[in-house]
Design a protein around this ligand. Sequence first.
Ligand SMILES: Nc1ncnc2c1ncn2[C@@H]1O[C@H](COP(=O)(O)OP(=O)(O)OP(=O)(O)O)[C@@H](O)[C@H]1O
Ligand SMILES: [Mg+2]
Length: 391
Amino acid sequence: MPAVLAVDKLEDILANSENFLHRMHELGQEPHQQKQLNRLFSPSEAASMVGRDRTTLARAEAEIGFAATARNPANNRRVGYTLEQIQAFRQHFGTLPWRDPDTDEPVVIACQNFKGGVGKSTTCVNFAHYLALRGYRVLVIDTDSQATTTSMFGYVPDAEIDQDATVLAYLGGHQKTLDYAVRKTYFPNIDLIPACLALYEAEVAIVVHIAEQDSPAARRAFFSELRNGIQTVADRYDVILVDSPPALGMISINVLIAADALLVPSAARMYDFSSTVQFFRMVRNYVGQIAPEKSYRWISVLTTLFDQRYESQKQFFEVMRTCFGESVFQRVFFHSSEVINSAAQFLGPYEQPKPARKVLEMMDAVFGEIEVTMLRDWPSKRALLNQRGIT
Ligand SMILES: Nc1ncnc2c1ncn2[C@@H]1O[C@H](COP(=O)(O)OP(=O)(O)OP(=O)(O)O)[C@@H](O)[C@H]1O
Ligand SMILES: [Mg+2]
């Protein structure tokens, strides 16, 4: 049999699989031009999301000027409200959860761990959905060249995202603000700065660029570039979520410096645990050298992919609680077939037209705990937290 040259073989594999990915997005998986949030919220869901009862909402519809809400012809009941309508209700009744611009700073949360496959992108996208449903204004920044998060928003990154549409143009000094990179998504309340493979190639260019700087201070300054860029657009958001690459590199150090808080997904497994410890060591070393004054509002490990059928995972969760103390969230992100099956359709469980209640309850508990951690830093939310018995 003639030998097949490895590179030729790769050409075939690439052609077939890129073609498949395109077709997946084209067929039924809704490319971003057509993708929309197809979930409607029942009047009782809407009531709890807005904080007013159903009758009050129904009465306010005309006043707000909604086009007629879709009704079921069989019984004339409202089929449901869109998230935009829920947001309009919140605006009308003054129940938007936005931070107070006079007292509360927008928070930049990096989903980061140098360990691969621990659920960073899944956490980032689903937390963004959670926050958007709660009514916060969210910016998601994808800094991973694998662009999983970008794909979850309906893009085929390498066909549709030019490197100039990513953070690269700003990092390369070609743009003065990050405005050029921010795009609206189909998901109300979420904007996105996308990623593509070029971010990976840029790592080398960045090293060269840094090496060309003539003073250590100028070299160090480069690592604050992403932070500076985010500050140019942060004002219009409550939360900025950054998805990071699973490795130490120029971009991931920029993410570390840009972040106000670190959300560190980690599975409760031996190798993941030791990688997470290693990640913390690197954060201490690199941030300590580059920005010794830097502090984080919080650094917390989120236990992901948790499968309680395994005794070892329960034990490791206890190990994590002992070692990380208050820096591990109490709630765990369970391994869930809904998460896997939704991802295969480029969707998250929150955006399924008929969501599986159990997985939403689980994610609400996880993200609710992170939300409280976030709210603690906003002075305007103290009274609210006190009312809920949280200090
Ligand atoms: N809770 C969960 N239940 C089941 N599968 C999950 C869950 N969280 C993540 N996954 C799956 O695990 C895989 C890795 O998740 P994800 O891409 O979020 O990890 P990551 O840390 O971002 O990976 P990378 O390091 O490559 O960026 C994906 O196939 C994802 O669908
Ligand atoms: Mg990822």
